[in-house]
Design a protein around this ligand. Sequence first.
Ligand code: DHB
Length: 397
Amino acid sequence: MSTCTRVAIIGAGPAGLLLSHLLDRQGIESIVIDSRGREEIETTIRAGILEQGTVEVLTDTGASHRVRSAGQMHEGIELRFDGESHRIDFTATVGRAVWLYPQHEVLKDLVAARLAAGQDLRFHVTAERVEDAETDRPKVIATDFDGNRVIIEAEIVVGADGSRSVAREAVTGTYGGYFREYPFAWFGILCEAPPSAEELIYSNTPDGFALISQRSPEVQRMYFQCDPDTDTEAYSDAQLWDILRSRVPGRTLKEGPISKRDVLRFRSFVAHEMRRGRVVIVGDAAHTVPPTGAKGMNLAVADVVLLSEALGAFLLQADESLFNAFPETARKRIWKAQHFSWWMTNMLHVQPGADDFDRMRQIGELRTVVESESGRAYLAEAYTGWPLNGMEHNVRQ
Ligand code: DHB
């Protein structure tokens, strides 16, 4: 079956759904497809921290009304190292904050909003490839749940299809991108317990890093640094609590039944190209960051805010300038976020084989940040997020 639309969007994650929402506000029709079903999309556990700009986009454009009511504003984080605790006060240093609101809740809000608006949103439709990028009518070749061929012809195709993007090949060819792998991963758990602290705790110890995060008053998310090949069943619950306790010395963790375990690998990736002709890739399809600092979804939102403005000018006014500038404009923020995620990761984790020099230097680096007003402001500014290009337009609508 062949269908035509203005913008074909592959991927119903935060990037794809938000893009369809921002386009709709400008009167631009789109079709969104995803290989997954609605339930899988709405229940997969991902990160939980939204930058202030992300929250403003979601609320000011009507994409989510629950972020501010169900989410929690966090005005700082706790950094622990060398037996000490230091608070980075975001509001005091940069006058901004972040919100704890899990990504799957954002997705529930976006799916509901899109369906209520009559969006053509198709689950269980798997894109196989994108063709004709350098013509006026690029196409998505896909297969539906029953194995039928689906062809979507559009003016623009957007690959918002995650790190295993099928759209990426149509954009980057065989060139790939810039890549960095890290010698560690996070062992993540979800547990039923009250929060151990009001704010998130980022803790560095000689044995490795731990992050005490939250999901709700009843459910908590915690991570500790582990070897990338660690099996999720390698530890009993009691062993997991022993490790977590030892990684956050001086703090009593509230413990409870562990309901989920996973191992998250660390990678940095930036595709060499984000656009070829009329095909664009955004979010994880175009870049991946290691999780420390929770930039992944926020960066996807920043891409999409910028792209929706560029597509508005292109499709409604035949003004190509923003669309032509899009990859270069997006790339500037992407590399700032890459740097921040790399920096937080390396500052807080222990490299395999680290010696006493490495250890002392790392403590020196952490002190440089927490003992200086500008050091704290540097971290706070990046963590809460830089201003969003293109946001002015989206709010004005
Ligand atoms: C979470 C993940 C992060 O990478 C981070 O820096 C903070 C919180 C989370 O999953 O809650």
